[in-house]
Design a protein around this ligand. Sequence first.
Ligand code: BGC
Length: 235
Amino acid sequence: MTQASTSAKTLTIDIGGSGVKVMVLDAMGQPLTERSRVDTPNPPTQEAVIDAIAQLVSGQGDFDRVSVGFPGVVRDGVIETAANLHPSWLQFDLATALTSQWNKPVRVVNDADMQGLGAVAGKGLELVITLGTGFGSALFLHGKLVPNLEAGHHMFRKGETYEQQLGRAALEQVGDKKWNTRLQKAIASLEHLFNYDYLYIGGGEAKKINFDLPPNAKIVPNITGLLGGIALWRE
Ligand code: BGC
């Protein structure tokens, strides 16, 4: 590591459909500040969300660089989809907007990709899914990310996608029991599709899982979504 990166403080931001979370990490990826969170503004326009981020960040002290997990397809810092936010995000250059706000380097990736970077072991084929407002997914081969997987918007069952069957709206509509049954079926379906070595399950609703996971699957804490921010700066 270079001299600069051994002391760099990384501000990490997790933009979600229901909450926006921030914290500052040290060069090893350990938290330096308490995680701070606000509800995602409604409507979640890019302007309102960026204002909310600015307020949260003002309470976090200083930092040298910024990592952002965004709930949609992100290419070179530009937002291409935002299924659970607002159309004002489409084609918005979030990386450039935040760079000019703080005058620090900013890297933006998909939220499930960032969560996955904080979760995977770096061996074999690893799949990450996140259960929150939406259904996030991330795929890694020997620790290398295949970006913007977006399995959530693919057909799962009964003419509905994984996200339509397992997103928060579905959970609230059908209740924990049915949602758990669906999730078991989803895991079986994803295992057949990807033949992964290991599955990680994150997101705020992972705590609702009430069945025994297969031996090649485990739940990762929701904070992983922020901790993954350090990996965007690995040399
Ligand atoms: C988005 C994904 C995102 C997931 C979880 C989906 O609706 O399309 O990009 O990772 O929600 O936030």
